[in-house]
Ligand binder design. Structure first.
Ligand code: AHR
Length: 843
């Protein structure tokens, strides 16, 4: 064995670390840590549309949520396809005694409209028969005493002289709150409408439809709408919820999804034409999130809502393919991505062009006229069009996307078409999506990322490295997923830190939207979300306040912002690091493992025998023919060697050869006493790519970008990992594969900051995010900016890292606003776990 280790010492002193504009890791246990934020004067124009929202009908966001309709299953179209437990009478129940001379059925001959095939039939044969049906609303019907409610239904007398129809609002006890009667029923479908006026509040009322005289009546589209909708729009939005959304001041709204947009199978794609016109003629359909979409909130209402909240519309149409996860529920459709048959694609492409005409065309155009008919002759000013949602990048996708893209660009060069790079921040679809975007010179791609809070902090440099010659970026869906998917302050701060990086890259990252937006209590399929609600109350998460602060304190110019942390190297001392060798469901051999620290080779093993310095964690390891062999299928199989290290880092070199199996090699480094470490995963993900993974607090995240690549069997690879004070570089056969900023032996204190200018007000806005567990005395140096006002509005979000604003409980973290005086060089104490906005008012 040639195994030699040299002890070494290192000097104590003050370390001064500077990383441009991004996170700096310091000593979390050192209350004396201080920081300096230096703002330069060279302004760069950034997107004015940076912060938007993404609305998808998930978690009952639309029906039962933002869409103000209070009757559930109003048109009797619920079915088992929506949800295994449902049928056309779900949410309805009979009231009072049943007799053989009465019946309640759902039928479909001569419907109100072909898109609305089912209706209710009430049959009473004898004088004195009573028939009542009660609707429970969406978990009850909330009523405000003194408010007016518009009630309507369609009815048709099928035989006899049935009626009158009485619609009443009542309490769960049966006590009447308000009532209206419709008589003289026509023999053809006719709309009956009126008003209900409950005098008192009831958060859990019911709506009851009754008839008394013998005869048969068909009833459909039983609707109850508060008159008091957002901006008093008919068929509009729930006012309080819409107001909380409007308060975000989003620059754009992406809609209608998400997975909802590309749908659970081709038939389930969201087709905009099915969602406009009279609500009783719209084509309801099952929701991929396992409930029902009435389409009452359809394209007209989306456009109108955007206008009402001052946001640009960003509709997403399917790229001619359905969701790649189709068919996972009830086996209703074939599994996987499917494309619209090519012979039908020209018609589909025309549908996309018609959407642009519907939004922007003159009232004299076919679709512009339909917009005018709906009450909006003025255009909706569509600038952005999303095509596809995190699709699998397949030949079928590419072929269809290219057809749509070409047609839109040919007819509407003014519209920005946004493509997709798949569901994740890396991986096959991400790589292929980018290649495709390059090939067709796409203006913008939509990137998605649901990651741990650590991932966001670890990837603040991500967009710095994006080539400005490639497509611009829309970060269309992202959220920090903390333990148990909680909306913790920790998660919100990591998003805030990421948003500082997005502002810095706002010349290239043009749009961003957190996802999902809304979540109804007890009706949630996905967490975390931005806003939680029930029928009467709304809880903005801490993450909501982060979005709002970035939105209302956004700017149009970014100023270079440098963060530095001073930390005492006494507390940064040596620790025991370890390297790891490993495999994942693969067999391999390793040789000539060497660690160099400074100029000294401090460890060297060419495996004459298996030294006891190596700790076997998992797998089958042995030395044979002068190399270290791993022969099991373990996932992972790991062997480990520990050694003392200091902040200056080290270089690890080795040779490795795969003999068989599904993947390549794992080479670990940068371990800490808390059992945190990283490994370079070569030929991971089914031998498709290489990436650095960081293991921390029981989870892992990819650090930096991934690289496509595979590991071949039966050939030696030279692997080198340089762990330096402020970066990690990974080489394969002398080729640099990854180069990521990383503060070796830094603790968990991280600061991020970004400074912008708002031209309209002349204000300068500095945002600072800290995840330190103690306050950090920070010097803010604005002296290069010339004359600034001397007053600043300061807004702070802070608390303990696990804090959450839970629905039904007092909020734990809300913004606290104050006014402070400010000078060109200012001392500020940045609180522990905080997001601070300083808006320095123009003089
Ligand atoms: O935001 C929730 C879902 O996440 C979206 O529907 C989908 O696009 C993504 O997978």
């Amino acid at each position: 064995m040639k195994n030699n280790f040299q002890r070494f010492t290192f000097a104590l002193g003050i370390l001064f670390l500077v990383i441009p504009e991004t996170n700096v890791l310091g000593d979390d246990h050192n209350p004396q840590s201080t920081a300096t934020i230096l703002v330069g004067s060279e302004a760069k124009a950034i997107s004015a549309d940076l912060i938007g929202i993404f609305f998808e009908d998930i978690n009952y966001a639309a029906d039962g949520g933002l869409y103000a309709e209070l009757v559930q299953n109003r048109s009797f179209e619920y079915s088992r396809g929506d949800n295994r437990a449902w049928d056309s009478l779900t949410a309805w129940s009979r009231v009072g005694p049943e007799s053989t001379s009465t019946s309640v059925t759902v039928e479909s001959r001569e419907p109100l409209h072909e898109n609305n095939p089912h209706y209710l039939v009430l049959r009473a044969e004898r004088e004195g028969d009573q028939l009542s049906l009660r609707n429970e609303g969406f978990d009850g019907i909330p009523l405000v005493g003194g408010d007016t409610y518009n009630v309507s239904l369609f009815a048709r007398a099928m035989s006899g002289t049935p009626g009158p129809i009485t619609v009443r609002l009542e309490r769960v006890t049966g006590e009447k709150l308000s009532e209206i009667t419709f008589d003289k029923l026509s023999g053809s479908w006719t709309k009956y409408a009126g008003k209900l006026l409950p005098a008192i509040d009831d958060s859990n009322a019911r709506l009851v439809v009754s008839t008394a005289r013998p005869g048969v009546i068909a009833i459909d589209m039983v609707s109850l709408f508060p008159q008091n909708t957002f901006k008093s729009r008919p068929n509009g939005m729930r006012r309080d919820l819409a107001e909380v959304i409007a308060d975000l001041k989003p620059r754009f709204v992406r809609f209608p999804g998400g997975c909802v947009a590309h749908g659970d199978g081709i038939e389930n794609m969201y087709r905009w034409k099915d969602t406009i016109g009279p609500v009783e003629q719209r084509k309801a359909q099952r929701n991929i999130w396992r409930y029902h979409q009435t389409m009452g909130l359809g394209y007209f209402e989306y456009f109108q809502f955007c206008e009402d909240i001052g946001a640009k519309p960003l509709p997403v149409v399917p790229a001619g393919v359905c969701c790649q996860n189709a068919g996972n529920y009830l086996n209703l459709v074939p599994k996987g991505q499917r494309g619209i048959p090519m012979q039908l694609m020209p018609e589909y492409v025309q549908e996309v062009l018609d959407l642009i005409e519907y939004a922007n065309g003159p009232v004299t155009s076919t679709w512009g006229a339909k917009r005018a008919e709906a009450g909006h002759p003025e255009p909706f000013h569509l600038e952005y069009l999303g095509v596809g949602n995190e699709d699998e990048i397949t030949p079928a996708f590419k072929e269809r996307f290219a057809m749509i893209h070409e047609a839109v660009k040919a007819k509407h060069p003014e519209v920005t078409v946004i493509g997709t790079t798949g569901p994740a921040t890396d991986g096959r679809d991400y790589e292929e999506g980018w290649k495709f975007a390059d090939a067709i010179k796409l203006e913008m791609v939509d990137e998605h990322g649901y990651k741990t809070p650590d991932w966001f902090w670890d990837n603040l440099q991500r967009f710095d490295g994006y080539s400005r010659d490639r497509s611009q970026v829309y970060l269309g869906e992202y959220a920090a997923h903390d333990r148990d998917r909680g909306n913790t302050l920790r998660s919100a701060l990591s998003e805030a830190a990421y948003l500082t990086a997005i502002e810095r890259n706002g010349d290239h990252v043009r749009l961003s939207s957190y996802a999902p937006l809304l979540s109804k209590q007890g009706r949630t399929q996905w967490r975390p979300d931005l806003i939680y609600f029930d029928n009467v109350a709304i809880t903005p998460s801490i993450n909501y306040y982060v979005q709002r602060l970035f939105s209302i304190h956004g700017g149009d110019q970014h100023l270079p912002t440098t963060v530095s942390v001073e930390q005492n190297s006494n507390e940064q001392g040596a620790h025991l690091d370890s390297i790891r060798l490993g495999t994942w469901n693969s067999q391999a051999k390793f040789d000539d493992v060497r660690i160099t620290q400074g100029t000294d080779v401090t460890f060297n093993d060419s495996f004459d025998q298996l030294s006891s310095d190596w700790n076997l964690n998992s797998g089958q390891w042995k030395v044979a023919d002068g190399a270290l062999l791993q022969t099991s299928d373990e996932q992972p199989a790991v062997i480990q060697y520990g050694f003392p290290a200091d902040r200056s880092g080290y270089t690890l070199r080795l040779r490795a050869m795969k003999s068989s199996g599904a993947e390549g090699f794992l080479v670990g480094f940068a371990a800490t006493a808390n059992n945190e470490y990283m490994w370079w995963n070569l030929g991971g993900w089914g031998n498709t790519m290489h990436a650095i993974e960081r293991f921390r607090e029981g989870g892992s995240s990819i650090v930096g970008s991934t690289a496509q690549g595979r590991i071949e069997s039966n050939r030696w690879y030279d692997i080198m990992i340089k762990v330096a004070k402020d970066r990690i570089q990974c080489y394969l056969d002398s080729r640099l594969v990854h180069d990521v900023a990383y503060e070796y032996m830094g603790a968990t204190l991280q600061l991020a900051a970004s400074c912008v200018r708002e031209s309209s007000s002349g204000d300068t806005i500095l945002k600072i995010v800290s995840n330190a567990s103690h306050p950090v005395n920070t010097t803010i140096d604005l002296s290069s900016l010339g004359s600034l006002g001397d007053l600043a509005t300061k807004v702070v979000l802070s608390g303990y890292a696990d804090a959450e604003n839970r629905h039904g409980e007092p909020a734990q973290v809300v913004p606290v606003t104050s006014t402070i005086s400010i000078s060109p060089t200012q001392q500020v104490e940045i609180p522990a776990n905080s997001f601070t906005v300083l808006r320095i008012h123009a003089p």
